[in-house]
Design a protein around this ligand. Structure first.
Ligand code: NAD
Length: 379
């Protein structure tokens, strides 16, 4: 069984899908691992580190992918990589297939079994494989670090001989995995923190981190959580009430971090241009949802926008990738934990149980066909 780890091809992707630690574990399962030269460099892992762990280094994508039974990636295979992967191989990555039916079809046509890690069900057994959580947690942390770096003032209250510096006020919108880590990080840096969400379960979690919870707590709020633990799309009426409540609060904030997402839909718009204009010059907004349509009016993917009234709107792409080494180490462990379930320990060969709920939830294509219900061609 040959496992290949190509270098990521996207410009701003510094993560890698395997670390020396997971390479060793795969070898322990009887696999052979080949890593493309330089694949780990932007995560601080050298070819020598992989060699020491027992991997073979290949010079090119073609050499890396040649004959591989399993391909581990962070992002989906590029157009140039796909033809290099043998038919029947398993490709495990964050495939980001929503809205791109053509890509899903291309994976089926290439005969690969494509597994999308972000579809992993959020059940106890799969927690160790949850890439959304491992990466969102780091994004929430990094968002605060990025905000602090852009903010021209100190975050904690300081009493000095030259005078007192007031604590910064930080407001976190969306208290899921990223938001809760942002709350904790902002608190550790000394900010006075408040947060909002549309799910009632978030209220207690926000309070337990020592932040103030602000939300419209009506009947719709009480029913806003899906069975899967995600937020529902809220009605226009709710969103109007939410905007009214948060508008005056936002005007008093120094740092706002938005993390609000709804699975399979564009991110909800939470901050209007008028709200941005109400903030003090020098305030910072970080929009972690910018790649999914953005929570903030005026946020530009990949840019730090400075508005006419001097508010900075930070729209960094791939925020977990801004902590590439940590992100890779957790992502690689998530991938290993899943891949391990696809390998038979006794025969040391691939043995995918296509009836396993984790496989069913993540497999998009198999044997030349699309198999995931969300992407089946419409009759
Ligand atoms: P997410 O990334 O889909 O969304 C981020 C947050 O935005 C969510 O908390 C959501 O409620 C919030 N949001 C959506 N619309 C909003 C709006 N209009 N205004 C304000 N906030 C809005 O969510 P996530 O971080 O993946 O977490 C979702 C839930 O899943 C959480 O309760 C989390 O604790 C839970 N979870 C469970 C497991 C597990 O059981 N294995 C693992 C990870 C997360």
């Amino acid at each position: 069984m040959l496992i290949a780890v190509p270098a990521e091809t996207e410009q701003n992707e510094g993560r890698v899908a395997a670390t020396p630690e997971t390479v060793k574990k795969f070898l322990g399962l009887g696999a052979e691992v080949v890593v493309q030269s330089g694949a780990g460099l932007r995560s601080g892992v050298t070819d020598a580190d992989y060699t020491e762990a027992g991997a073979r280094i290949a010079a090119t994508p073609g050499e890396t992918l040649s004959g591989a039974d399993v391909v581990l990636k962070v992002r989906r295979p590029s157009a140039s990589e796909l033809p290099l992967i043998k038919r029947g191989a398993l490709v495990i990555a964050v495939l980001d297939p929503y809205g791109d039916e053509a890509a899903v079809k291309s994976w089926a046509d290439a005969g690969i079994s494509a597994f999308s890690m972000e579809f992993m069900p959020r059940i106890t057994r799969a927690q160790v494989m949850d890439v959304l959580s491992s990466q969102a947690n780091l994004a929430g942390y990094r968002a605060v670090i990025d905000a602090a770096a852009e903010y021209g003032r100190a975050l904690p209250m300081m009493m000095t001989a030259a005078g007192t510096v007031p604590a910064a006020r930080a407001f976190i919108m969306g208290a899921g995995v990223a938001g809760l880590q942002a709350i904790a990080t902002a608190r550790r840096l000394g900010a006075v923190v408040s947060a909002t969400d549309v799910r009632p379960a978030a209220k207690e979690q926000v309070a337990s981190l020592g932040a103030k919870f602000i939300a419209v707590e009506d009947e719709e709020f009480k029913a806003a959580e899906t069975a899967g633990g995600y937020a529902k799309q809220m009605s226009a009426e709710y969103q109007a009430k939410q905007a009214e409540l948060t508008a005056s609060h936002i005007s008093k904030q120094d740092i706002v971090i938005t993390t609000a997402l709804i699975p399979g839909r564009p991110a909800p718009k939470l901050i209007t241009a008028a709200m941005v204009a109400s903030m003090r010059p020098g305030s910072v907004i970080v929009d972690l949802a910018v790649e999914r349509g953005g929570n903030v009016e005026g946020a530009v993917p990949g840019e730090v926008v400075v508005t006419a009234n001097g508010v900075k709107i930070v729209g960094h792409l791939n925020v977990p990738g801004r902590l590439a080494a940590t992100a890779s180490s957790l992502y690689a462990k998530n991938l290993y934990a899943f891949a391990e379930t696809l390998i038979d320990k006794a025969s040391k060969a691939l043995a995918v149980n296509w009836d396993d709920e984790l496989v069913k939830a993540t497999a998009l294509t198999r044997d030349g066909a699309i198999v995931h219900p969300a992407f089946l061609p419409k009759a």
